[in-house]
Design a protein around this ligand. Structure first.
Ligand code: ADP
Length: 460
């Protein structure tokens, strides 16, 4: 067959478990997303609030110190900053790293810093800078310093370096509305960044902790969500099983009643009654087949189907199936061919494997309405054995090949109904291959025929 479209592998996975896993993943994904958004929002908010607070503090410090200098100029009636000494004015705020005062030309007038050896570098940062309204600069500088440690009688000196984050603000100084100079203040905000680092560590640790909680909660929630669904499904399965079981008895009573009526005196002459009985008989047969297929699937679903695990010669069983189907095949102008090794011992459930062969051969005969050959081939590769059923019948549309193993799915409903199908045979075939740890696939071309492959381990 050229038109290999689709292959299906039976995996005995519980649909409910898969759905629950998917639900768990969706719930925990959602919870983790919320957690992530929460962390980002909290971190950003704290970042903004803390930095804004530092900005505000620095602004008020600069204003306050500008006022001190202006007041000093007014009190001492000086119209320029040149010549005033730092000792006359004490300008120091909390976390103030440096302050510099320059004259109207931008020359250094006075100032102080926490690390005097850094003065050149620090003054270089602000010299000539005229901040625009409300403009505050943020700078990162690397400072080096000597750390002294006293160990016994020795003094140990080590050179250390440190990164310092600075917020720098500047303000013009006026005397009698005349610009006389600038004041610049640098505030050390390294502690705020240390705080941000810690905050991030704490938030990430919390996130890791809560993601575990989120996954656990999702698992519990998805389990709870699945409970009523799986209970309803189980009730449904039980109902189908019980209903099919209950239907079997009236159907067999009807069948024996029809048989008895056929044998009643005078029935041979009444052709109309004979036709009616014939119709009734074929419908009851169809219904009996449907009910027994439903029962097989209901038991398969509930896991209560009995399974044998025995040694069998599959060639012998294949020959038996071919022999019993020969009259039916002949009546439909079908020639059955069996290609199999003289003997092949495998492990499995004899009755189920025969049922699988019946289903595939019955379909091959049924869907070859113009007659033709049908092959049943048994082969082995050592580890696995394969069963191939090939016909030259009507074939299956590529779009339907994916679905013919679904329950009650028939590719051409009106046509297959007249041929007697009800769409459960291949579902049972798939289940039988599955319980033998095997799988079933199909290759087909409409109008040319179909080939079904079943592959099963010799020792399932
Ligand atoms: P049904 O009782 O209708 O035969 P199955 O489950 O055995 O139910 O098959 C499902 C559908 O797959 C059939 O209705 C038919 O359309 C298609 N099909 C199965 N076997 C063949 C085949 N050998 N050739 C063509 N179509 C097939």
């Amino acid at each position: 067959m050229k038109n290999k479209r689709w292959s299906w592998e039976w995996r005995n996975q519980d649909l409910f478990q898969k759905t629950q896993k998917r639900l768990t993943m969706q719930y925990s994904g959602l919870l983790l997303l919320f957690l992530l958004v929460f962390i980002v929002v909290v971190y950003t908010l704290l970042h903004i609030v803390i930095l804004r607070d530092q900005h505000r503090e620095l602004e008020s410090l600069v204003r306050q110190e500008t006022r001190i200098i202006s007041d000093y100029l007014t009190e001492s009636a000086r119209n320029e900053l040149r010549g005033i000494g730092s000792q006359e004015l004490v300008l120091a705020g909390v976390d103030q790293f440096f302050y510099y005062v320059t004259d109207a030309e931008g020359r250094f007038v006075m100032g102080s810093e926490k690390m005097p050896h850094m003065q050149k570098k620090l003054f270089g940062l602000v010299a000539g800078w005229m901040p625009e309204h409300n403009q505050i600069r943020e700078e990162t500088i690397k400072v080096t310093f000597d750390e002294r440690r006293i160990g016994g009688l020795d003094i140990e000196e080590t050179r250390k370096s440190q990164t310092i984050r600075l917020l720098i603000d500047g303000n013009p100084i006026f005397y009698n509305k005349q610009f006389v100079g600038m004041i610049y203040i640098g505030k050390d905000i390294s502690f705020a960044y240390k705080l941000f680092e810690w905050l991030l560590i704490v938030l990430v640790s919390l996130a890791v902790l809560f993601s575990g909680v989120a996954v656990y909660m999702s698992l519990v929630m998805s389990k709870k969500a699945m409970e009523p669904i799986s209970a309803a499904f189980n009730r449904q399965k039980e109902f189908v099983g019980d209903a099919s079981h209950e239907l079997r008895t009236p159907l067999s009573v009807m069948m024996s009643s029809i048989d008895a009526m056929e044998m009643t005196d005078g029935m041979e002459e009444d052709l109309f009654a004979q036709k009616l009985l014939q119709n009734m008989k074929s419908e009851v047969k169809r219904m009996t087949g449907l009910v027994s297929d439903l029962l097989v699937l209901a038991r398969a679903d509930s896991g209560s189907a009995e399974r044998a695990h025995e040694q069998l010669d599959i060639t012998v069983e294949a020959q038996n199936v071919i022999d019993s189907l020969a009259p039916y095949a002949q009546a439909n102008q079908i020639v059955l061919h069996l290609e199999a090794p003289s003997s092949l011992t495998v492990m499995g459930d004899k009755a189920r494997l025969k049922q699988l062969m019946y289903i595939l051969l019955d379909n091959a005969i049924k869907y070859s309405p113009d007659g033709g050959p049908v092959w049943l081939r048994i082969e082995t590769s050592g580890r696995d054995w394969t069963m191939t059923v090939k016909d030259e019948g009507i074939g299956i549309d590529p779009a339907d090949q994916e679905r013919i193993f679904d329950r009650f799915y028939r590719s051409d409903k009106s046509r297959t109904r007249t041929l007697g199908g009800h769409g459960l045979g291949l579902s049972i075939a798939r289940w039988i291959a599955g319980i033998h740890s095997g799988f079933i696939t199909v290759e087909s071309e409409p109008g040319k025929g179909s080939t079904f492959f079943v592959k099963i381990p010799v020792q399932p």
